[in-house]
Design a protein around this ligand. Structure first.
Ligand SMILES: [Zn+2]
Length: 186
């Protein structure tokens, strides 16, 4: 154990994400949460599919890796992301995070909403989100019973842990000039 550990040597990073979208008046908007569609629920306003859980997870992992935020990566002024499947955005963010030398350890989310109930599809949301980031993603629903004045939309908070990717044996044996794995713990 070195006497002094610099932040660059710490093999973990933590990130936090938050998102909120208001309910839509448009009956055509389908509610999507954690990559799961709720055909009978009121949809949310958004440029993409307005999946607040996927968006909060995306911001959490990007923030942990120091790669900015979802708005920088996928601008809502771009027609490319109109109606986008936010699970695909989360997958792309994961690729960027992995490319920067990190793997996702886990993500934990709290969704603040009074409706609909999440419990019946919690496993489905877990499965879709976990597949996107390659690590466990837990989703907890928190009802406010109306006291927080959140009847107008759905919020999500997410916390992500990133773990420095282990350097490959080849890299350990002969690190190239520009090897970014230097300083990785063995
Ligand atoms: Zn969003």
């Amino acid at each position: 154990m070195p006497a002094e550990l610099t932040s660059a040597e710490i093999p973990f990073r933590v990130g936090q994400g938050f998102d909120v979208h208001p309910f839509s008046d448009d009956p055509e908007r389908v509610l999507v949460l954690g990559g799961v569609r709720f055909p009978d629920a009121t949809g949310l306003v958004g440029h993409s599919d307005a999946d607040v859980i996927a968006h909060a997870c995306t911001d959490a992992i990007l923030g942990a890796a120091g790669l900015g935020d979802i708005g920088q990566l996928f601008p809502d002024t771009s027609a490319d992301f109109a109606g986008a499947d936010s699970i695909e955005l989360l997958e792309e963010a994961t690729r960027r995070v992995n490319g920067a030398g990190w793997v996702v350890g886990n993500v934990d989310c709290t969704v603040i909403l009074d409706r609909p109930k999440l419990a019946p599809v919690r496993q489905q949301m877990h499965d879709r989100l976990s597949a996107a980031v390659g690590a466990p993603v837990s989703v907890k629903g928190k009802r406010t019973e109306g006291v927080a004045g959140l009847g107008g939309g759905i919020q999500c908070h997410a916390v992500a842990l990133l773990v420095r990717a282990p350097s490959s044996p080849a890299r350990s044996l002969a690190a190239p000039e520009n090897d970014t794995t230097e300083g990785f713990p063995s």
